[in-house]
Design a protein around this ligand. Structure first.
Ligand SMILES: Cc1ncc(COP(=O)(O)O)c(C=O)c1O
Length: 445
């Protein structure tokens, strides 16, 4: 084991004892480290998370709304928000993001949508948004926070992909400085800490800090890893000391790649929206008839691993560790693949736009996710499931946004869409047998 992990990892793999403090009751080093993180990120209080933003999202939902209570949620939420809904028993009021830009890989939530949802559901306990999206596109959080606060509702933000925004002026404003009340950030995704480590921030008195603290005790391990926690503190220090320089380097490399892709024939780079993370590059070969999944596989065959693919796009994430050589290798590979245009197996017309994809998600939430989760269920093929109530989620992964939630009515459009995704080679979470496309539905139709 030492050969694999190295001696140092074992040296810090301690447990709760005198002098090492306790994450669930921090009074010494962990308390100090969390306070330093709160100061750096501009929150009133910060909690270290060792189960990722997954447990942060669960805790945010648990601390905002209980059984039968309403919570307004953007329908592009990560599946961990659904897990929070199952644990809490809260009832989601979905808002469906709108497309301002046809080629966009993700949609946005307009302030008007939030105002309407809050006015129609003044009894909702909170508004929950994801910003930025996996593709780095941000919601207009400042205006949205003002609207939520006008209704006395806290704004909870899943900023899993935006924990680095604070460290360079080229990034959009971060959620905390935009007025969000509770924010989760996957430090491991963008700021160098080890996988599974995240931060949860509170910056408000609209939500109880004790309820957040108690919710985290429900969803975090009682044996939190000191290796993981140390990496959070070290990443915080690195960001405090060198954050701007590191981000500057990454931004310059990303700009170099973006410029190279923009001039390549047959390649479309998504460049719209001002509030967008410059380190996320969504590239499409849709016009050449190559879908995103196939594009990703072709890049992989050339030893290039990208972050994710969807029907249209491959997402490239640039970090401060990305070298010019790697950037050039990527540009050369994309140019070569784009020149395959006529030999594409996927017909252009087979590839639905992201806008069409989002339309598919609109259906009725017949019961709460918790009710559907705990109800009697049976397994049937997806092709027999039209008009049945889903008893589980089906999640194309990444990005992890459920195509169907427990408690939602399964429509013919969703069945056709999932079948198409399967044929194109997408990966799924939540479907037991992908070849047979089987799904649990509630026994009560
Ligand atoms: C938007 C979003 N929120 C939350 C999560 C979960 O984060 P973690 O992997 O830190 O648990 C993810 C994971 O990819 C995500 O994309």
């Amino acid at each position: 084991m030492k050969d694999v992990l190295g001696e140092k990892a074992y040296g810090i793999d301690v447990t709760e004892t005198d002098g090492t403090d306790d994450l669930h009751c921090p009074e010494e080093a962990i308390e100090k480290a969390q306070k330093l993180a709160a100061d750096l990120y501009g929150s009133d209080e910060c909690w270290f998370l060792v189960n990722g933003s997954t447990c942060g999202n669960e805790a945010m939902v648990l601390s905002a709304a209980g059984p039968g209570e309403k919570i307004i949620i953007s329908r592009d939420a990560h599946k961990s928000v659904l897990m929070g809904l199952i644990l809490s028993g809260a009832h989601p009021i979905w808002i469906y993001p709108e497309f301002a830009e046809r080629e966009s890989p993700t949609a946005i939530i307009t302030p008007g949508l939030i105002k309407k949802a809050c006015a129609e559901h003044p009894d909702a306990k909170a508004v929950f948004l994801t910003s930025p999206s996996y593709y780095g596109i941000c919601q207009p959080l400042k205006e949205i926070a003002d609207i939520c606060h006008g209704f006395g509702m806290p704004l909870l933000v899943d900023e899993a992909h935006g924990g680095h925004f604070r460290f360079h002026e080229a990034f959009p404003d971060d959620a905390l400085s935009s007025g969000a009340d509770v924010v989760v950030q996957s430090t491991h995704k963008t700021s160098g800490s080890l996988t599974q480590t995240s931060l949860l921030h509170l910056h408000s008195d609209l939500i109880s800090r004790d309820r957040i603290d108690q919710s985290l005790k429900l969803v975090q391990s009682t044996s939190p890893s000191y290796v993981l926690m140390s990496s959070l503190d070290a990443a915080r220090n690195q960001m405090a000391v060198n954050g701007r320089d590191l981000m500057d380097k990454a931004i310059k490399t990303a700009e170099y790649i973006r410029n190279g892709l923009r001039t390549a024939k047959g390649v479309y780079v998504f460049d719209e929206f001002k509030d967008r993370d410059p380190l996320r590059i969504a590239v499409s070969l849709r016009k050449t008839g190559i879908d995103g999944f196939r594009f990703q596989r072709l890049l992989f065959e050339k030893n290039i691993t990208t972050e994710m693919a969807d029907i249209n796009y491959v997402l490239i994430i640039v970090s401060w560790g990305t070298t010019r050589d790697e950037a050039d290798k990527l540009l050369e590979a994309v140019r070569r693949i784009a020149s395959l245009r006529s030999s594409g197996k996927t017909k252009k017309e087979m590839i639905p736009s992201a806008e069409e994809t989002y339309k598919v998600f609109r259906t009725e939430q017949r019961t709460s996710p918790r009710e559907a989760w705990f109800s009697k269920k049976k397994k049937i093929t997806l092709y027999e499931a039209e008009n049945r109530i889903a008893g589980e989620m089906i999640v194309p992964y990444p990005p992890g946004i459920p195509a169907i939630y427990p408690g939602e009515v399964i429509t013919e459009e969703i069945i056709r869409y999932l079948d198409k995704l399967r044929c194109l080679g997408a990966s799924f979470h939540g479907v037991n047998d992908i070849d047979n496309m089987e799904i649990y539905v509630t026994e009560q139709p």
